[in-house]
Design a protein around this ligand. Structure first.
Ligand code: 13P
Length: 250
């Protein structure tokens, strides 16, 4: 089954509002010819409003990079799913390795976030991936399956079909050391098999699975040529609009 490709930019903690607006103004007219894939921008929280304004009348999709799982309350510094919906976000990245390993997020809290996102009609982009030492100890499959099992626990079948999973090996993020296409493909096959075993074939065929980790214009097509890789989650190389557009139009 042919799934619609999804090319997603994770801007992490980069850009000011004027830089974000300039980026979208430059990207949007170039996207008018590209109708067969989805393009998602995930700016930091303070830029979401500006990107939403700038993307009006375009097909650009909007997502956040994180959120808290409660709807509201005394949670200083946090942002709720309702707030993200209010800003017209459609997606939210959850369980990014920087959230897991820099900010200490657990599988349990990521799962609570995924359930809260789905409850608020946000589509989670659930990130999974092994660290270098885990890969060296041959624990890659175990780590990925464990993160999926815990992260997706309790997600209703109705939400699984639109869910996005991103395989992002931690050692490949921001290092310039991208995973080989074979490694990326193997991990993505494993993820789809997991979804198959838990939710059945129809949902396994629908769910979109992305690769992320040092994706650049030069290697984008080699990933997209792999059966089962439905798109990319791109950090550093998504910050420059020319570079990002090259990857969108791989
Ligand atoms: P880089 O593309 O900078 O390696 O980052 C990948 C990533 O973490 C996307 O979420």
């Amino acid at each position: 089954m042919k799934r619609r490709a999804l090319i997603a930019a994770n801007w992490k903690m980069h850009k000011t509002s004027s830089e974000a607006k300039t980026f979208v103004a430059s990207l949007a007219p170039r996207l008018t010819q590209i109708k067969d894939r989805d393009v998602l921008l995930c700016p930091p929280f303070p830029l979401i409003f500006h990107v939403d304004e700038a993307r009006k009348d375009t097909n650009i999709l909007l997502g956040a990079q994180n959120m808290y799982f409660e709807e509201k309350g005394a949670f200083t510094g946090e942002v709720s799913p309702i707030m993200l919906r209010d800003l017209h976000c459609e997606f939210v990245i959850l369980g990014h390795s920087e959230r897991r390993w820099v900010f200490g997020e657990s599988d349990e809290s990521i799962n609570k976030k995924a359930l809260a996102a789905v409850n608020s009609n946000l589509i989670p982009v659930l990130c999974v991936g092994e660290k270098l030492e885990e890969r060296e100890k041959n624990q890659t499959e175990h780590v990925i399956l464990n993160q999926l099992d815990k992260g997706m626990s309790g997600i209703p079948e109705s939400a699984v079909s639109s869910l996005v999973v991103a395989y992002e090996p931690v050692w490949a993020i921001g290092t310039g050391k991208n995973a080989s296409t074979a490694d990326a493909k193997n991990a993505i096959v494993l993820i789809r098999e997991f979804v198959h075993s838990k939710f059945g074939n129809a949902l396994a065929e629908k769910i979109r699975i992305l690769y992320g980790g040092s994706v650049k214009p030069e290697n984008m097509k080699s990933y997209m040529d792999q059966e089962g890789i439905d798109g990319a989650l791109i950090g550093g190389a998504s910050l420059d609009v020319d570079s990002f557009f090259k990857m969108v139009s791989y």
